[in-house]
Write a protein that binds this ligand. Structure first.
Ligand SMILES: C[S@@+](CC[C@H](N)C(=O)[O-])C[C@H]1O[C@@H](n2cnc3c(N)ncnc32)[C@H](O)[C@@H]1O
Length: 302
């Protein structure tokens, strides 16, 4: 337990100094990042801006004082992050994905997929017709393994004409997705289905997009504490991480329109995917904002 407050209870303290003190404590505690930030300073900024009710997407006045009352609240959150080693998003109750804020809690993984960049970059031109250079956006989208719904909902927000199905096997995750669908007021275009992969999915889709569980046995064994706070059902996928993706590759053709694409994140299981599906015509997407291990495959390749 960290009983000494990280922020001094008395005396002058600016926001900048509060952030630096918090980052120093995070560094000293060897916290793991990767659930929205990748370093102690960003993690400390996010925690304090949240605690002080300041927007996280606008540069704050770093010289502003942090009052003694505010420090008590900040210290409580800082101590939770240090002692419990759970992702900060579970403490703040919210996470940002593709420029949108989502409710976030232990029922689903913390949103962090590089697919945010894919969605916000016109789906990397996959739906651009080469002959006319006219973009024909996907009309029907399936977000398989949706968790709290961040991918499907962001697709719906990017494409106001699209109809989206968000599917997951976890009732708990889908309850969170429902809250997020209501938060973003897309109930009329985003449907939730409880399904074991495609088992209860009807019809064809122009885009099947998925960040399924894909962590292999070795990576599961060496995961830092923060990842153990997330539902294991959202991470583990057998010896080589491909248990679910194999089923998706088998069943996707029944659920893709002729011009459809399936886009799937497999992260560190990319080499296993290449070894298992050498002739599947997978295109590995490249991301400017970081991230790897996401392939796209058109219906015509199956
Ligand atoms: C890596 S999480 C992704 C969550 C969300 N899409 C995201 O990007 O943050 C994978 C999700 O797959 C779900 N899942 C696990 N096995 C499943 C299955 N057989 N069928 C459908 N969903 C499954 C888990 O409940 C979890 O919500």
């Amino acid at each position: 337990m960290h009983s000494n407050p990280v922020l001094p209870p008395h005396g002058p303290l600016t926001l900048e100094n509060a952030i630096r003190a918090t980052a120093k404590a995070f560094d000293a505690a060897n916290l793991d990042y990767g659930h929205g930030t990748d370093n102690a300073l960003d993690e400390a900024s996010w925690l304090l801006l949240h605690a002080l009710d300041l927007p996280v997407d606008v540069a704050p006045d770093y010289g502003q004082p942090v009052t003694e009352g505010q420090r008590r609240h900040c210290n409580t959150l800082i101590n939770r992050r240090l002692a419990e080693r759970i992702p900060l998003a579970y403490i703040t109750g919210s996470a940002w994905f593709a420029g949108h804020e989502f409710f976030c809690d232990e029922r689903a993984l913390v949103p962090r997929s590089p697919l945010a960049e894919f969605i916000n970059s016109d789906f990397f031109g996959l739906f651009q017709k080469p002959e006319s250079l006219v973009i024909s956006p996907p009309q029907r989208i399936l977000d398989l393994c949706t968790g709290g719904g961040c991918i499907g909902i962001s697709c719906a927000l990017a494409l106001p004409e699209a109809y989206v199905v968000c599917a997951d096997l976890s009732k708990e995750a889908l309850a969170l997705a429902k809250k997020n669908i209501e938060k973003h007021a897309v109930q009329d275009r985003v449907q939730i289905i409880e399904s074991d992969l495609f088992e209860r999915i009807d019809g064809q889709f122009d885009l099947i997009i998925s960040n399924p569980p894909y962590v292999d046995e070795d990576d599961i064994a060496s995961m830092p504490d923060e990842f153990h706070a997330e539902p294991m059902m959202g991470l583990a996928a057998g010896k080589d991480g491909l248990d679910l993706v194999r089923v998706m590759m088998r069943d996707a053709p029944n659920h893709l329109t002729e011009q459809g694409w399936m886009v799937v994140e497999v992260g560190n299981s990319q080499p296993a995917m290449q070894a298992n599906f050498p002739n599947a015509g997978l295109t590995w997407l490249e991301f400017s904002n970081g991230g790897h291990g996401i392939f796209a495959v058109p219906a015509t390749q199956f």
